[in-house]
Design a binder for this molecule. Structure first.
Ligand SMILES: NC(=O)c1ccc[n+]([C@@H]2O[C@H](COP(=O)([O-])OP(=O)(O)OC[C@H]3O[C@@H](n4cnc5c(N)ncnc54)[C@H](OP(=O)(O)O)[C@@H]3O)[C@@H](O)[C@H]2O)c1
Length: 117
């Protein structure tokens, strides 16, 4: 579950934990460790990963953390919205959103690609 530290991702990860899924949860900031502690209280195993999923390095770190374990479901929720009208946005901001919300939603190894949400 990516983007599991806050918002929609946090709530979905909590539901997954309550339904017995072990979790690998990722976000860019250390708050993911606090969220992981709360998910663990549901009785499942939780690995928190701090990684900027807008970067290849961050995606690779998440992939490495899977350690070859099978992934039943990838919930690719990490993302941001810039807001404002598209033509008023800075290109660097737009690029970061694309890198996070689009490019960062894939697992690099086709063998690891599960039901993709
Ligand atoms: N809320 C809405 O109305 C709405 C509408 C349409 C689409 N969405 C999309 O739904 C998703 C969740 O929305 P939300 O409102 O729950 O957002 P949110 O509360 O801001 O949560 C976003 C999550 O994604 C993580 N994240 C963002 N950029 C990241 C990056 N580069 N690398 C790793 N983690 C990253 C954040 O962690 P860090 O803070 O640690 O980076 C956080 O855990 C987003 O993709 C958003 O664009 C939301």
């Amino acid at each position: 579950m990516t983007g599991a530290s806050t918002g929609i991702g946090y709530e979905i990860a909590l539901q997954c934990a309550r339904h017995g899924f072990d979790l690998v949860v990722a976000a860019d900031e250390s708050a993911i460790r606090d969220a992981a502690e709360l998910f663990r209280r549901e009785g499942v195993a939780v690995d928190p990963i701090e990684a900027d999923l807008a970067t290849t390095e961050g995606c690779d770190r998440l992939h490495a953390a899977l350690g070859g374990r099978p992934v039943d479901a990838l919930l690719a929720n990490a993302g941001r919205g810039v807001g404002r009208a598209f033509l008023d946005q800075d290109w660097d901001d737009i690029r970061y959103v694309i890198d996070t919300n689009v490019t960062g939603t894939r697992l690099p190894d086709p063998e690891d690609r599960p039901r993709h949400a």
